[in-house]
Design a binder for this molecule. Sequence first.
Ligand code: NAP
Length: 358
Amino acid sequence: CSKGVHGMNGSADHFHPNIKVNGEVLNPMVGSSDVAEDVKLKIAIVGFGNFGQFLAKEIVKQGHKVLAYSRSDYSKAAKEIGVQYFSDADDLCEEHPEVILLCTSILSTEKVMRALPIHRLRRSTLFVDVLSVKEFPRSLFLQVLPKDFDILCTHPMFGPDSGKAGWGGLPFVFDKVRVAPDSTRATRAEAFLDIFRRAGCRMVEMTCADHDKHAAGSQFITHMMGRVLEKIGLENTPINTKGYESLLNLVDNTARDSFELFYGLFLYNKNAMEQLDRMDWAFEMIKKRLSGYLHDLVRKQLMLETTGNDQAGLTNGAKNNHDKKLMLPPPAANPSMIVPSAATHEKKHDLVHVNGSR
Ligand code: NAP
């Protein structure tokens, strides 16, 4: 049997605490997908651009009812996917979706959230976001939404490109920021998470703060490198190595995302600036190290020429020795030039916190 959480008791505000699914009373504390088996949700996607449509296809495929609303008119695209499109946010909210799934750009999210006619929704609505930064939507939701609303912050760590062949094994990060501890609310949140479980995602429960720390050190750096390499204008060559091919792929993947998304990763993740500084620093250190070698080599050559001129009577054997020396040991690595590992950096960071000053 296929049941909608909204349809179980007629109103999402008056869920019965003991929902029976397949003859079993649901346990609100159960965190597995079993509880949400066969529960179909009414999900309203707000922000029906690239990523919103990408998610909608899978959600519809799994039998949930999907509504959508966006700034632009996507009625045609929505129809093709099997989504009911609304060009008016009031009309959308009056449909009383159980879940509002926010897929807006990071930069526009606050504006969109504040303009949503939340008063037209049922009090118990579950708000979910998929923004690529997590602390920002978490605090925005906590600030803007009445306390009766549930909050689930998520980040599918893939996109239309990386997920085009399926979502199997791809990471899905989530933080149940506020899910009321009654079985109906828990079931609904699990039913939503089940969409990603069923698609085979690797489910990673993590706080929004931890997500942003990890994402700045991985996702932001990836996008940054892609953008930098794109600026250089890398070209296909007849002798591409495997490594070079992966750089070309990186440029291709990152360039397809909007610059607004990239800017959002930077502006709305407080850890991104630190990573940018580290990259800057590492680049300078490596450049210095390379020019250090060069400098040392040139200096030795100059010295050799001088000594050679002074000692015009050197035997051939002694001269060869000098030449060999030029090819031999590079300058000793200067410890200050070695780029610290993320772990070293982390420790330094901890210290800063312990001492309470920068
Ligand atoms: P995006 O450029 O970050 O966002 C596009 C969406 O934002 C569209 O729905 C657009 O609406 C809306 N939007 C932009 N400016 C707006 C404004 N001023 N007012 C109202 N709406 C506005 O591209 P995206 O790839 O679709 O990403 C959407 C969200 O998903 C982002 O938060 C992103 O971090 C997250 N995400 C993306 C990926 C990915 O691979 N793309 C992966 C994981 C998470 P209109 O089209 O109607 O203008």
